[in-house]
Design a protein around this ligand. Structure first.
Ligand code: AMP
Length: 562
């Protein structure tokens, strides 16, 4: 390979795993039965691999009892909890495709995702903070009825047959998750044992929604081979072993939690530690200390929140060794503090995207400090990356262009969406939409984004999705969303809105409309009403001008800290 070109290949060893997630999970249970597998601090749960293994088998067989068949989709819509992990591995063992639904999603997004991939059974949280999940589901399926065998029917959610709820008060039409542990018969268990060996590691086993520049979320479909191996290599890069205890405050619905967290632990025998249902800096610091965690994951804003917490100095973090910061540009100063003040001397940076399972680049524990704080490391094993120019030509080292990734980690495609898949996947190359450089020694740097995407506190937001949602408001004629720099979240949303003739609205009215229907992080922080948008002569809206006007008006600093 021409060393002057920005085209690199990762190591070929260790070899890729060719088993299924179910087999890998069983192997972990057999290898480390008495060691702790899972600690869910907020639920006061502490299970060994043997205990977790037993529960996973019970629930996998219960899913079969409920009439689910390999290939069926099972949704999970809940914040971090032990039931999430049980569902993850139970579905994998039964060959059911787990569909991750962001717990921040509201009715509008929920209905779309359930129908898009035909979710047949939904596991949802009972109540969390201000969200009553069963009530939200009922508000979508207003025509819901139950047949004699207990299956539900709704013309609005035509695929959905079974509802399972984690905790909370008993509720009509929802089965309690706890009941799953006692549901299976010997026949279900025998069927589960038959299914295991019949599954292929190339089969789809997980769908994760990513938003798109064209509006509605797309279901990135991932195989056992995709995500099991990503967990393997991500864990290897931070030297995980069965002696490690990994603090996972990142969400499980995202690959950061369920692949880089849970699947890395299954591969390497480390304990999964969940400090809280949702990210909470104090709970994270407490879990690091009380559980003697050796590793911590987070997007930059989470590390910043922990480091800046008023009680930070009070905690004994001497057990800390490693971890991963990823998901958004990782500021050099934050990385330095994590290594210095948190004592995470083997901390690494990773870069990736859901469509590549997710990680494709990661720094190594023995990379010089300067490299670990200022790059995303080197390409991961069994992957190939190149930087291309506007015509698809491979650029030279040091030149900035679009990063493309090829190899085992690239998704199977977007669920039921060949056209969208073809837009990003060509000849096995995934176009990331990120701008990167690769230097002479093969280190990568993410220098910008081609895609119109905003990252707010680690959550990706596609302006187009929110613009289209705003069009559903009867008073709105047109809307433009831009990201503005924010010291806490990295970026914040701003909406410029043109109202229909003769209508009036205020900012709060718009925000309230959003709050009821879409996830909280997509609700614009700044709302302005305008008569027109800045345009080019060809009629293209100039978002950068909207940004400039707002930055000046609000007196914002261009320096993003997260
Ligand atoms: P997701 O699909 O949610 O994992 O988001 C993927 C996107 O997050 C990437 O395409 C990047 O734009 C961004 N991203 C992830 N990791 C990093 C990183 N280490 N540095 C900069 N941007 C990142």
């Amino acid at each position: 390979m021409d060393q002057t070109l920005a085209h690199v290949r990762g190591a070929e060893h260790p070899l890729l795993r060719e088993d299924t997630i179910g087999q890998a999970f069983d192997q972990a249970v057999a290898r480390w039965p008495g060691r702790e597998a899972l600690v869910s601090v907020h639920q006061d749960i502490r299970w060994t691999w043997a205990e977790l293994g037993k529960r996973v088998d019970q629930v996998a067989a219960a899913f079969l009892h409920l009439g689910l068949e390999p290939g069926d989709r099972v949704g999970i819509w809940a914040p971090n909890c032990a039931e999430w992990v049980v569902t993850q591995f139970a579905t994998a063992k039964a060959g059911l495709i787990l569909v991750n639904i962001n717990p921040a999603y509201r009715a509008h997004e929920l209905a779309f995702t359930l129908n898009k991939v035909g979710v047949k059974a939904l596991v949802c949280a009972g109540r969390f903070k201000t969200s009553d999940y069963p009530a939200m589901l009922e508000s979508v399926a207003t025509d819901m009825s139950a047949s004699k065998d207990g299956a539900i029917a709704s013309r609005l959610l035509p695929h959905l047959k079974t509802l399972i709820k984690i905790g909370g008060e008993p509720r009509k039409r929802f089965m309690d998750f706890e009941a799953l542990y006692d549901l299976a018969t010997d026949a279900d268990r025998a069927r589960l044992a038959e299914i295991g060996p019949s599954l292929s590691n190339r089969d789809a086993i997980n769908i994760q929604f990513t938003s798109g520049t064209t509006g509605l979320p797309k279901g990135a479909t991932l195989s056992h081979r995709n995500i099991l191996n990503n967990g393997l290599f991500v864990g290897a890069a931070i030297g995980l072993t069965e002696h490690d205890r990994l603090c996972i405050p990142v969400p499980l619905y995202h690959c950061f939690g369920m692949v880089m967290g849970n699947l890395a632990c299954v591969n390497h025998g480390a304990a999964m530690v969940y400090p809280a249902a949702g990210f909470d800096p104090l709970a994270t610091l407490q879990a690091l200390e009380s559980e003697r965690c050796t590793g911590l994951y987070g997007v930059p804003t989470m590390f910043i929140a922990c480091l800046e917490h008023a009680e930070f100095e009070r905690f004994d973090l001497s057990s800390m060794r490693t971890g991963i910061m990823a998901g958004a540009p990782c500021p050099i100063e934050v990385m330095k503090k994590v290594i210095g003040r948190m004592g995470a001397r083997d901390m690494t940076i990773a870069y990736g995207m859901t469509e590549t399972s997710p990680v494709s680049w990661q720094s190594a524990m023995d990379d010089p400090l300067e490299r670990r704080v200022s790059s995303v490391g080197r390409v991961q094993p069994h992957l190939e990356c190149k930087v291309v120019g506007p015509d698809g030509e491979t650029l030279r080292r040091g030149e900035a262009g679009e990063l493309c990734t090829k190899g085992y980690a690239v998704m199977l495609g977007y669920w039921d969406d060949e056209a969208k898949t073809a837009e990003v996947l060509q000849d096995g190359w995934m176009r990331t939409g990120d701008l990167a450089t690769i230097d002479a020694e093969g280190y990568g740097n993410i220098v910008g984004r081609l895609k119109d995407m905003i990252i707010r506190g680690g959550e990706n937001i596609y302006p187009r999705e929110i613009e289209e949602f705003l069009f559903t408001h009867p008073k709105i004629a047109d809307a433009q969303i831009v990201g503005l720099p924010d010291p806490r979240f990295g970026e914040e949303l701003c909406a410029w809105i043109r109202l229909r003739e003769g209508h009036e609205a205020d900012e709060e009215e718009i925000r309230a409309f959003c709050r009821e229907r879409i996830a909280h992080y997509k609700v614009p922080r700044w709302v302005r009403f305008v008569d027109a948008f800045p345009m080019t002569v060809t009629g293209k809206i100039q978002k950068f001008e909207i940004r400039q006007v707002m930055i000046a008006e609000l007196g914002l600093s261009l320096e993003k800290t997260a």
